[in-house]
Ligand binder design. Structure first.
Ligand SMILES: *Cc1c(COP(=O)(O)O)cnc(C)c1O
Length: 342
């Protein structure tokens, strides 16, 4: 009964097989190997973006912070949701990599930025001339940190507000695959066609050992991104092993199948929670993250039975976060429900 996070899951055999395939002979380092070229081309095809620049790094924090540094000057503001991972969970990496940009949390129900609130804060930023930070970048997350998703049209509406003010758009796609299969959108519809300038495409939360792609849909300053990545210590020399992970992940659409499974397990769990006395969902369950308020006695029972999950707010009614992964089984979900129900 492992529901702590989707990055606690193992790596699927197909990805391990891809690594073994790549583990033959010597090849050029730093991404100058044939497999990296092929993976780059495959990602461009998948996104219908033949010009895009594609880079792989080892963590989502590095991907986000490098992307934001590329889009936002040191004196800029990064507009993001109040719950955004870049705001709450990256130890100031976006501020550090941008050399001092200010993150501004924008409100919105269930992890989604409210368009009117964004328009207001964007308009207000930079009015004070030299005394305040200037408009920098918009950072969205899909699926959101609350486990909801933006439809492509919702991304487009927020991106339009940003672009009209000259603000470029970053999408934190740590769980992009989960959002994609939840909406049925194509990768292009969920990214550049909706106005996303840079996407960080997460692999680690969906079955990889540690690999995330940064996709620059406008490659005009790609070399600058390469310099930032190297300077930050994120140009991996044995690059083929990052590429191999994506090779196995994309093969036969495995990445979307895994995300579909994780979302289905979350839907099953959400439905089961409906039968647990005193349990209540905090946000709509649209991807693979569930926030629920449950009686502490039920949570204690589950912990005693070995279930793993995070407590977000302790109390007589405990707020917990439950995150199924590609590897979660229906039996695990059902066992948790049974245990919670007493
Ligand atoms: C996990 C996660 C990341 C990346 O985190 P790392 O631990 O640095 O890999 C980024 N954004 C969101 C929304 C996440 O959930």
């Amino acid at each position: 009964m492992f529901f702590a996070s989707d990055n606690g899951a193992p790596v699927p055999a197909q990805v391990m097989d891809a690594l073994m395939r790549a583990n033959a002979g010597a090849v050029m380092s730093y991404g100058n190997d044939p497999l990296t070229g092929a993976v780059r081309a495959r990602i461009r095809d998948l996104f219908e973006a033949p010009e895009a620049a594609v880079y792989l790094v080892a963590t989502g924090t590095a991907a986000n912070a490098l992307a934001l540094a590329h889009l936002c000057p040191p004196w800029g503001a990064v507009f993001c949701h109040r719950l955004a991972h870049v705001e709450t969970d990256e130890c100031g990496a976006p501020e550090f990599f941008t050399a001092g940009a200010k993150l501004i949390g924008v409100p919105g129900a269930h992890g989604r930025i409210e368009p009117a609130a964004l328009a207001e804060v964007v308009a207000a930023t930079g009015r004070g001339g030299v005394h305040g930070v200037q408009k920098g970048a918009l950072s969205l997350t899909n699926a959101t940190e609350a486990g909801t998703v933006y439809a492509p049209a919702e991304i487009a509406a927020l991106a339009r507000i940003a672009h009209e003010a000259g603000v470029p758009v970053h999408l934190d796609g740590a769980r992009f695959a989960n959002a994609l299969v939840a909406t049925g959108a194509t990768p292009a519809e969920m990214s550049w066609r909706a106005g996303v300038d840079i996407l960080t495409l997460g692999g680690t939360k969906n079955g990889l050992l540690g690999a995330e792609a940064v996709i620059l849909f406008d490659p005009a300053r790609a070399f600058e991104f390469e310099l930032r990545r190297k300077r930050a210590g994120h140009l991996v020399s044995k690059y083929r092993y990052l590429s191999a992970q994506f090779d196995g992940w994309l093969e036969g659409d495995l990445w979307r199948d895994m995300a579909r499974h994780a979302n289905a397990m979350a839907a099953r769990l959400a439905q089961g929670l409906g039968q647990v006395a005193g349990a209540r969902l905090v946000h709509p369950v649209e991807a693979n993250i569930i926030f629920a308020d449950i009686p502490r006695a039920a949570a204690d029972r589950a912990r005693a039975a070995g279930a793993k999950f995070y407590t977000i707010v302790p109390g007589e009614v405990e707020r917990v976060r439950l995150v199924p992964s590609w590897a979660t089984t229906p039996a695990e979900v059902d066992a948790l429900i049974t245990t919670l129900g007493g």
